[in-house]
Design a protein around this ligand. Sequence first.
Ligand code: NAP
Length: 307
Amino acid sequence: MRVLVTGASGWIGSAVVPELIGAGHRVTALARSDASAAAVAAAGAEAVRGSLDDLDVLRDAAAAAEGVIHLAYKHDVAFEQGDPPAAAAADRRAVEVLGEALAGSGRPLVLASGTAGVAPGRVLTERDARDAAAVARAHEGPNGRLGTAVHALGLADRGVRPSVVRLPPTVHGAGDRGFVAVLVGAARASGVAGYLGDGGNRWPAVHRDDAARLFRLALEDAPAASVLHAVADEGVPLRAVAEAIGTRLGVPAASIAPEDAPGHFGFLAQLVGADIPASSALTRELLDWEPTGPTLLEDLAAGRYTA
Ligand SMILES: NC(=O)c1ccc[n+]([C@@H]2O[C@H](COP(=O)([O-])OP(=O)(O)OC[C@H]3O[C@@H](n4cnc5c(N)ncnc54)[C@H](OP(=O)(O)O)[C@@H]3O)[C@@H](O)[C@H]2O)c1
């Protein structure tokens, strides 16, 4: 299949591209800079120059493809510029354009989304948050990320084969600069590997290579309007994460007082205390996907975040 991948130069995209090429697909990759174009070309993809705001480029590239995997996201706008609504709005526009380009073709559109915050305090399943009412219950407007995922699922009615892959807050592995790396940085800076409360709250997790394989399976086989969970560990207690970090760094693991959390964890202060486990039982059954990579605690114990 000729596959358009957005975000191919990113953390997950740089695993998805070799996964696709290894399975015999050809990859066209959206690249917004010379550096990203060079990176995707080195990985064996054909670069198409453009950003998420270049809607004509997106439309043409999607129309020329036999399937699309959409991974690009304006994390710089959301996190560094502190404007998550602007990042979500740009994503929504991009998904709308990709959907229009694929309408009536029956071709797959695979969208990255997240498990965090959808149904805190209980185990999230693939059946959750599939419609506008659920988005409203999650206190999110229709133009937030959940709303965009619901929009994408609705493209099934317009002759697209959409699927949404929800990723846990940590897609881990050697070279990850995401949330676990931020926790390690906070532990290094403060001399304490922190958690909140008793640290019993859980995060799901997946190894990057297992997530990449699920994106390929979704492209190839997911029925229209599938919600898939790229979840290997259903819920890792944050205290265990902190202890693993502390062991590697030689610093104590300890509970951080709520008033000290913003100073210790920075922008992660809200999420560190969240209890957000997620199941992938339905995904495993539907696509015969079985994670094989190391667990998050194994990656930490092996020093992949602390070397
Ligand atoms: N990693 C996780 O733990 C995790 C968890 C939940 C959800 N997700 C979601 O999974 C997807 C992939 O995440 P990731 O970790 O691979 O992200 P990442 O490493 O930050 O990569 C983001 C990708 O998007 C591209 N991009 C950013 N802004 C762009 C723009 N304006 N125009 C075109 N491309 C742009 C980047 O290009 P450059 O290389 O040029 O910067 C890069 O290829 C995202 O939707 C993310 O929100 C990830």
